[in-house]
Design a protein. Structure first.
Length: 131
């Protein structure tokens, strides 16, 4: 809502209002990336609902969700604060927010589960070739 208000309201030039709207969207960047991670998990669940339990496709989606969640963590810890400081003209000071710990745990858990499922899919494919 602040981005839309910055774009629509105000008497500044359109370019200045657009920049203000983009600056207001900086804090939403990690959330957007984390949403992509959850979307990748939904794709894996779609494969599971089709009965593809030990297939390479859902394993790849789960591993990708873990990597995307890790990217969201980096965006939340480094990229968004650095962009916010740059846009405000203040020096950037690195500080890890304790709220990011659950995001780190989620990212690591999903990456590990994705790797395990990829190994299980490879073993199943090898067993299917033998039989």
């Amino acid at each position: 809502i602040p981005a839309g208000a910055a774009l629509v309201c105000g008497e500044a030039a359109f370019a200045d209002r657009l920049i203000s709207a983009l600056v207001a969207l900086i804090p939403a960047l990690p959330l957007a990336i984390f949403f992509l991670s959850v979307f990748r998990l939904r794709q894996a669940l779609d494969h599971y609902s089709d009965g593809e339990f030990f297939s390479a496709k859902p394993a790849r989606h789960i591993a990708g969700a873990g990597i995307t969640a890790a990217l969201a963590l980096v965006a939340a810890a480094v990229v968004a604060p650095a962009l916010q400081a740059w846009s405000e003209g203040t020096p950037y000071s690195f500080a890890i927010d304790p709220v990011l710990a659950p995001m780190l745990a989620f990212a690591l858990f999903v990456m590990i589960v994705g790797r395990i499922l990829q190994a299980a899919a490879a073993i199943k494919a090898e067993n299917d070739q033998i039989i």
